[in-house]
Design a protein around this ligand. Structure first.
Ligand code: FAQ
Length: 345
């Protein structure tokens, strides 16, 4: 997976790709390459890093993949808050592994985005300066241990629903990164459900109340994770045409709700939506109105934890600067030593 980052276009190839057509022959060549690209998409084939692609396709992928990578990295923070306070050694070991997995997902995804010619430094700078987005869900606080279970069950559950179709995304490096990520997210979802089930079936009344409270707080933000409704989603139409997104925001949200209502019954929790009702004609669960003002408020940086999350990431980068500098200095020394040894031989 990590080697994907090396499979990039050369600067010359990229400059050629971006250059405006200078002649009728160039324009004809571009039209031909675009037709080949569209044909590949239409037949369900993959576009690879060195293939020609329209500039907007490249930009759309960098936007989505880098946002996804940032979400995984910022997403380590709410649960990381509970590693030192997990209720048993078993739960602590599971949570440690899960948070490490999320870090790994972020790295695969940065590597996949790098194949499109944007460096990890550029992406991280965009995150730290507040230009780049990350998932709204990670701007909510984790107040109790039950929140860790609710994140696994609902947040990872929503993430899988959104991400399984991305394994068939038209851009090869992103699609391949998603295969392993989805396998791990599936374990994350099950461990969250298991933690909640243990509290619901073997816990005290206070623990059951704690689970219900967590579900009450995480339900609506989780269903907002799928993004704005289709008719207010500026990127969906083009992304679906290019096979980047295979299923629309609203359809994924509905699939998630349909699956989760049944799981809530097994858990014995109530979902905080009085309008949830099985609709026989549609074959789906109807649900109440989503507070899109809350969603946009959080996306625009005014959620309960946006400032805290960004400050934590910036502080981590600053605190870790000496490690990166030391690694670079070590690599430079090693290169010099190897060069000297080659000369001496
Ligand atoms: N939060 O036109 P659309 C995880 C933005 S990973 C913030 O519909 P698009 C693992 C959107 O970027 C969770 N912003 O956009 C984990 C766009 O803004 P832009 C993350 C949002 O891209 C679990 C604008 O609104 N998963 O959970 C959100 O076609 C537990 C208009 O929206 C991914 O990122 C939002 N919820 O569709 C880790 C999956 N929704 O860029 C730790 C990959 C929308 O034009 C613990 N991403 N926006 O300025 C996607 O599938 C898509 O990017 C969507 C949005 C579906 C999120």
């Amino acid at each position: 997976m990590y080697t994907q980052a090396l499979d990039v276009m050369t600067p010359q190839e990229r400059a050629a790709d971006r250059a405006a057509p200078r002649s009728a022959e160039d324009a004809a060549a571009d039209a031909e390459r675009e037709a080949a690209f569209e044909a590949r998409i239409a037949e369900g084939g993959f576009i690879e890093a060195k293939d020609w692609m329209p500039g907007h396709y490249r930009k759309t992928l960098v936007r989505q993949i880098s946002q996804h990578a940032h979400s995984e990295i910022v997403g380590m923070l709410p649960e990381g808050n509970w590693i030192s306070r997990a209720p048993s050694l078993k739960r602590k070991a599971i949570l440690l592994a899960k948070v490490q997995d999320e870090g790994g997902h972020g790295l695969y995804l940065y590597a996949a985005a790098e194949t499109l010619g944007t460096s990890r430094d550029q992406m991280i700078e965009a995150l730290h300066s507040g230009k780049a987005k990350y998932s709204s869900i990670f701007n909510y606080p984790t107040l109790t241990w039950a929140d860790v279970g609710a994140i696994g069950w609902l947040v990872d559950g929503a993430a899988i629903m959104n991400q399984v179709p991305l394994c068939r995304c038209s851009y090869g490096p992103y699609a391949r990164a998603m295969i392993r990520i989805c396998r791990e997210e599936s374990f994350h979802q099950r461990q969250g459900f298991d933690a909640l089930l243990t509290m619901m079936k073997q816990g005290t009344d206070a623990q059951r109340a704690m689970v219900q409270d967590a579900v009450d707080r995480w339900w609506w933000p989780s269903i907002m994770m799928f993004g704005p409704p289709d008719d207010a989603s500026p990127n969906s139409e083009q992304s679906m045409r290019w096979g980047i997104k295979r299923i629309s925001n609203d359809d994924l949200r509905q699939k998630f709700i349909d699956a989760t209502v049944e799981q809530a019954k097994v858990l014995g929790v109530t979902l905080p939506d009085p309008e949830l009702k099985w609709n026989e004609a549609r074959g789906h669960w109807d649900f109440g109105a989503i507070d899109w003002d809350e969603f946009w408020n959080v996306v625009k940086g005014h959620g309960p934890c946006n400032r805290e999350r960004l400050a934590a990431r910036v502080a981590a980068a600053d605190d870790g600067a000496w490690v990166r500098e030391a690694a670079m200095a070590h690599a430079a020394k090693q290169a010099t030593r190897e060069r000297d040894a080659r000369r001496a031989a």
